[in-house]
Design a protein around this ligand. Structure first.
Ligand code: IYR
Length: 326
């Protein structure tokens, strides 16, 4: 696959395409990052951006994972000590999942976000940004509760991280896009360069195909799930055999194949008894989706296969988590 195609595959948005093409021309030595508020257990939302980081490593980029402990603190996720502990667990699961340990820099936010230069730049940004603008940038991340002052400081710090970690590319789910847009606007005001951003899609809720899959509401799949729990969740997922004519419902089963399974496996085998037509083999997502739509692939077989492959993906992280907890 061409470097540019690998860097941008499955991206929902690239800002700007031209800037990312430039990085794709000379990816060696360029630095890309995702930041995560530490939480003890990785779920599919984390793994979707991790898949992109693996693509970027394969494309020759250096990858930085920010364990955003100060951000988690500002977002009310616990005491500093609790957050640090979950961050260590998170790091272990990312490596078990397949991030290249020798080519991933894990950085705690608190390692540089409490420095004097950073703090003074932060205050300059506070002075330059309206409350309204910062709140809008934060709305999708914070998810509804009354804004505290911490919630408007948060996106400004996320903006500065891009400069202070010396990055060439910011990666995140689509829910991070307003922060990245704020960063593109504000960094030049402080005399810093604008950096491109790449956003991964948000997978629909597993049971309804509406809204977004979320760990706080509804069902998500995580490294805590046993094989049986995972099968149960996938089997009760919404999986209409034909596309929604109105177009506003997604098929989460297909989305999981597209964003989680195909990027990590060269070939997908759907095992079926001879009497039902025998095994089916797919090496690309489009063919599988077309077969589901035409009826050549039954939703129950698609779900069974999805559960098997997802289980294989989370097994090493699940094992790691058990080890840490025992
Ligand atoms: N806002 C992210 C966490 C985060 C991401 C980056 I990129 C940062 O520089 C800092 C924090 C979240 O929603 O998890």
């Amino acid at each position: 696959m061409e470097t540019y195609d690998l860097i941008t595959r499955n991206a929902e948005e690239v800002v700007t395409d031209e800037e990312v093409r430039e990085l794709a021309d000379e990816p060696d030595g360029t630095r890309a990052y995702v930041g995560y508020e530490p939480s003890g257990v990785l779920h599919l939302g984390h793994l979707l951006t991790a898949n992109k980081l693996i693509d970027l490593q394969d494309a020759g980029m250096e990858v930085v994972v920010l364990l955003a402990d100060v951000h988690a603190y500002l977002n009310g996720k616990g005491t500093f000590e609790e957050i640090r502990e979950t961050a260590e667990q998170m790091k272990a699961q990312f490596i078990a999942y397949g991030l290249d340990e020798d080519n991933t820099e894990f950085v705690y936010g608190s390692e540089f976000q409490l420095d004097e230069d950073y703090t003074l730049d932060l205050h300059e940004l506070e002075l330059a940004t309206t409350l309204n603008r910062a709140q809008r940038a934060m709305a999708e991340i914070q998810g509804g509760e009354t804004a505290k002052v911490s919630h408007v400081v948060y996106p400004l710090m996320q903006t500065l991280d891009i400069e202070y970690l010396d990055l060439d590319l910011a990666v995140g789910g689509l829910d991070q896009r307003k922060v990245h847009m704020l960063a593109r606007e504000e960094l030049p005001e402080l005399g810093y360069d604008v950096r491109p951003a790449l956003h991964t899609p948000i997978v629909a809720d597993l049971t309804s195909g509406e809204g977004k899959m979320s760990s706080s509401e509804g069902v998500t799949i995580s490294m805590e799930d046993s094989t049986e729990e995972l099968e149960e969740k996938v089997n009760s997922a919404f999986c209409p055999p034909t596309r929604d004519p109105e177009g506003d419902l997604e098929n989460p089963v297909l989305e999981l194949f597209e964003y989680h399974v195909f990027p990590r496996f060269d070939e997908i085998v759907v095992e079926r008894p001879e009497e039902y037509g025998g095994n089916l083999t797919y090496d690309d997502y489009e063919t599988l989706a077309a077969d589901l739509e035409s009826g050549d692939l039954h939703p129950a077989d698609a779900k069974g296969t999805l559960a098997t492959y997802l289980d294989e993906l989370i097994a090493p992280g699940r094992e790691k988590l058990r080890e840490i907890r025992s």
